[in-house]
Design a protein around this ligand. Structure first.
Ligand code: CO
Length: 219
């Protein structure tokens, strides 16, 4: 089957390589040597929310993890490995959870239907709905309710980042990383910092999930 769009990918790549090498001879070699990103970005897999593009950051600046509706689940060995690697090896300064308005995952979680194996994943978001049902049910327009759930989901996933032992340990020992919650508006391209209160969230999390004593013991 002749698929021009598919074949274009390799033509595009050739041009991209030539452009990079033209502007900087050792571009690829320099990146091959090491990576030193300041940020771990956890975002949605949605093809319309490309992490580097919306932040204007270059290759090597962002360590990226994406899944449906930017969920941080403690039984997801993928996300948990990313978190640990980001703080212990890459020593990132910031961890960002970035949600977006118009998120298909959020929308699906709000439907009273089964989506097969996806239900297990959507349950993480349905739980967020349950925590905030009173507030969310006040939104009479479905789109507004979806937008609000997308924001609350970001907050909850930030909380899940903070619950992680590697994150608490890094914060106690090195005062990093800071955790941030962002939301991207696909309707106009605007990226917004939700300004979550990281210190307060950390305090709240540590009332129950406090791992500080253990960290001290290992000193
Ligand atoms: Co999405």
């Amino acid at each position: 089957m002749q698929d021009e769009k598919y074949n274009n990918i390799f033509a595009n790549n050739k041009k991209w390589v030539a452009d990079k090498v033209n502007s900087q001879k050792d571009f690829f070699h320099r990146h091959y040597e090491s990576q030193n990103p300041d940020y771990l970005y956890i975002g949605c897999s949605d093809s319309r929310v490309p992490a580097n593009e919306i932040t204007g950051l270059d290759m090597g600046d962002l360590f990226v993890h994406r899944n449906i509706a930017n969920v941080v689940a403690n039984n997801d060995v993928n996300t948990m490995s990313i978190l640990q690697y980001a703080v212990e090896v890459l020593e990132v300064k910031h961890i960002v959870v970035c949600g977006h308005y118009g998120c298909g995952g959020i929308k699906a979680a709000m439907q009273p239907h089964s989506f097969g194996v996806l239900d297990n994943w959507l349950r993480n978001i349905r739980d967020v709905y349950r925590f905030h049902k009173l507030e969310l049910d006040d939104y009479k327009v479905e789109e507004a309710r979806m937008d609000r759930l997308a924001e609350l989901n970001v907050e909850e996933q930030c909380m899940n980042v903070i619950k992680n032992a590697a994150i608490q340990e890094a914060y106690i020992l090195n005062n990093r990383p800071q955790v941030h919650g962002w939301i991207y508006d696909m309707r106009n391209g605007v990226l917004k910092d939700l300004n979550i209160n990281f210190e307060e969230m950390l305090k709240k999390v540590q009332e129950i999930y406090n791992l500080e004593e253990d960290v001290k013991k290992h000193q």
